[in-house]
Design a protein around this ligand. Sequence first.
Ligand code: ZN
Length: 318
Amino acid sequence: MSDDYPFDLIAKRPNHYGFGGLDRSAHIREEEGWLETLLNLPETRLVPVWRGQSLVAVDDKQEEQPRAGLLNAGDHRELVSQASFVAFLGNRGGIGHVAVDLSPLEETAVANILAAHGAFTDLRRIGPLLERFEGSVLAYARGLMYWHQRHQFCGVCGHPTESRKGGHQRSCINTECQAPQFPRTDPAVIMLVHDGDRALLGRQKIWAPGMYSTLAGFVEPGETLEEAVAREVYEETNVRVRDVVYHSSQPWPFPASLMLGFYAAAKTTDINPNDMELEAAEWFTLDQLRNFEAIGRHMPRRDSISRRLIEDWMAGFD
Ligand SMILES: [Zn+2]
């Protein structure tokens, strides 16, 4: 796959955190010693993650525009040796990008070393402000480092695991076991349920006051995506749906989800929560959604697929 990422894979604007333009070059992960070689190239880009946070630089001239803090490997060899995990992300413009987890470093040490390059920040805080390529690369690095962090022991025999294949596999070090583990991503469905010109949105107690979003939930073993959509909507609101239609997907590594976006038509419309997961769920008309702030409500964050589902559904009426 070339660096020119095939945006024609989808016939619409890509979602945030996806389509990062990195050629993942999975074939070279198998080669012995290539990651070390890559890390010795001065131009290789390091993508640091520290305790789940991403390195972000704020441009002095445009304070509103944070930038991903990508480092040249040649200037930071000591960081690689102190990293707990290292994983190849992919190439862009012929330059390799490698995630490095600096979590073992104390806060003051990491702040001192990287002061000139930015500060570690929760990607969820600044994600909507980042340029899309940079947001995608930081999300990818964060997700992969989280997986390494959480899979240091074998789920079969309990022995430690070690990183393989450029950080895209961990294998049990017990020679009698050697069970491999692969980076996982948890599928979650997220859906806008509609009834004519009304959309069903809900809110959780922990969200900012007034924020409403589309319903969502994790897919369970043995379940199709369509069944998961119908089950989650029913559990959360008692509404029955039909005609589940796929919209698009979005990596959501907070910590390890893949959001799968759908539309579904309501078969019943009475709301009565079954599992108390939501604090409130309501039908909003197109008119109300167009004046959402005026009725004391607000939309989900700009980088979310939820926002995208709502906006695209509204645009269908224009
Ligand atoms: Zn094992």
